[in-house]
Design a protein around this ligand. Sequence first.
Ligand SMILES: Cc1cc2nc3c(=O)[nH]c(=O)nc-3n(C[C@H](O)[C@H](O)[C@H](O)COP(=O)(O)OP(=O)(O)OC[C@H]3O[C@@H](n4cnc5c(N)ncnc54)[C@H](O)[C@@H]3O)c2cc1C
Length: 391
Amino acid sequence: MRRADIIVVGRGLMGSACARHLAEAGCRVMLVGPDEPIDRAAHDGPFGSFHDAGRITRGIAEDPVWARLSTRSMARYRDLEARSGIGFFTQCGAMMAGPTKGPMAGMMASVTGSAARLGLVHERLEGAALAARAPMFALPAGSVAVFEPSGGVIDPRAMRRAEEALAVAAGTEVVAQPVTGREGAWLTLADGAQVTADHVVIATGGWAGCAPLTGRRPAMRVYQRTVAFAEVTQAEAERLAGMPSLIWVPEGGETDLYLLPPIRYPDGRFYLKIGGEADSPEARDAATLNAWFRGAGSPAAGAVLLEELRRVMPGLRIAGTHTGACAVSFTATGHPYVARVEEGVTLLTGGNGAGAKCADELGRLGAVAALGGDVAAEGLGAEFAPVFETD
Ligand SMILES: Cc1cc2nc3c(=O)[nH]c(=O)nc-3n(C[C@H](O)[C@H](O)[C@H](O)COP(=O)(O)OP(=O)(O)OC[C@H]3O[C@@H](n4cnc5c(N)ncnc54)[C@H](O)[C@@H]3O)c2cc1C
């Protein structure tokens, strides 16, 4: 039986950051959760929503709470990289574009309003200036864009590794096992061992909804999402050097899509990634979520995404395509849940499709809650209080 001051369950983006903040504050931390599966199709345990090489990062967001969460996190990226020796941030800029008229016009008004209120450095681009700044994109006529030079792309696997490496350097013990049950502060691991602590932080991403370790199920919708990848040659990737990440509303679209510039993946090849389905099936239990992650997403959803990619980048020379599966967790409040939920237990979850870039600040808030502090007083403009299905 092993014991710590605080156990953080979930070695994903929020859990690893939370462990680092706690360990660097002097706590004896145990960080518990499985490694990323090597053979996805054969893995019968939990997956993480960070098993990828690219996530968009930007300070500008429609909701100022999310903007504060990300700008605070982004301000610490370079320090995390320097101290861990693990690079994860490519500052290629982030662009958001949408129409000035029609039902989606409000998105760009909120984005520019939020950027101005928070004093975030950005350029507002339209017409010829927009075409000159991003010649690789064929955005719908009448689009307005906001370009944030300090945004770009993070490698979520590398960022997680950096957080965990620093947590370990500060004394954290890593236990590479899923938790299969909890009774109070006692956790049972998949290998049958038990661990305990004075306090437990549950940071299990979408599994917090599908396989809750809290007494009650947090109110969160966990969606099975498809992403599509377009492979390009190294020469094509070099031609696109300087391409920012893009979030945009396609012609007549009722929701926005996102696109990442070419990234070299662990197989050594370059891929652009596109995602942002308006709707997709929900997962309510661990078996459904596990089955989804074991697969490669929906071919039909992938085809729609790739069609949009060809429309917004008509000059792109695509060498091959494939799809992948991931999951996003939307809370009832639209903000993450970060709070003590029962004696000795803190819940830290609810990325709402935007949690990667903000994970370091969310991990810090998780540490504040676990240590008995008041998360609502941290100046972010939200309480982060969870809603439960029985509420
Ligand atoms: C396709 C896609 C694109 C996205 N794009 C962006 C983007 O561009 N920018 C952005 O900021 N965000 C993006 N996100 C969201 C972001 O990736 C998530 O918000 C983030 O990963 C959530 O972090 P988390 O720590 O809550 O969960 P995760 O990162 O999923 O980590 C949860 C961890 O908990 C572990 N776990 C689960 N159950 C147990 C258990 N019982 N015992 C132990 N461990 C357990 C899992 O193995 C996993 O390691 C995207 C998400 C998806 C799916």
